[in-house]
Design a binder for this molecule. Structure first.
Ligand code: SAM
Length: 189
């Protein structure tokens, strides 16, 4: 990759590469078309596991097809459920939870992530993550995504206790219209 500056998605992948070790358990909170799920499945290796969530059957079908083609399906469990239910289904000790918020590319823009479920999902994620692990967020806003989730997520991260979490936020400062934001919530204690 050329240059130093990364967009939000690239930053989330850079951080995931540094964080995730073979054998880890991780979560893709928003499978969509499965690009991130496949990426995480490659990082955890044959002894690791990825739990993936999406509310749309269409998204999970694409994700499943992609994982099967790549020979990675056996190390992934896909859940057609809202990500705010993740703590009902999974045990703590997860290394990384990735949220790629917004709507399904190529799908219905009205079925995007929403603050009513995103905030409880983020809380569940920081509870499930192990010390030394992190919740990684790509936050899209403006256009069909609107601004409500953007503001709710920024408020939520600013309230995380500083002795338990190091929170980093990165965005392109000179972009002219609503550049996606990358957020890393690293669990310290
Ligand atoms: N990671 C994806 C990829 O690699 O293609 C892109 C994700 S897309 C920006 C956001 C996804 O979040 C959509 O597929 C949408 O259906 C899903 N979504 C919306 N609300 C959700 C919820 N409450 N729980 C889980 N997924 C949700």
């Amino acid at each position: 990759m050329n240059g130093l500056v990364r967009n939000a998605l690239q930053m989330s992948h850079d951080y995931a590469r540094q964080l995730i070790q073979p054998g880890d358990r991780v979560i893709d909170a928003t499978c969509g078309n499965g690009g991130d799920t496949q990426f995480l499945a490659e990082l955890v290796g044959p002894d690791g596991h990825v739990d993936g969530f999406d509310i749309q059957a269409q998204a999970l079908a694409k994700t499943r097809e992609r994982l099967e083609k790549a020979g990675l399906a056996e190390r992934c469990s896909l859940h057609q459920a809202s990500h705010h239910t993740m703590a009902d289904l999974l045990e703590p000790g997860v290394r990384c939870v990735l949220f790629n918020l917004g709507y399904l590319p190529g799908g219905d823009h009205a079925i995007g992530t929403r603050p009513e479920t995103t905030l409880p999902a983020l809380q569940a994620a920081v509870d499930l993550v192990t010390v030394g692990g992190a919740v990684l967020i790509c936050l899209y806003y403006g256009g069909d995504s609107g601004f409500a989730e953007h503001q709710a997520v920024l408020d939520w991260i600013s309230d995380l206790p500083v002795h338990r979490f190091a929170v980093q936020k990165s965005e392109l400062a000179n972009a002219k219209s609503c550049p996606p934001i990358f957020i890393c919530c690293e669990k310290l204690a």
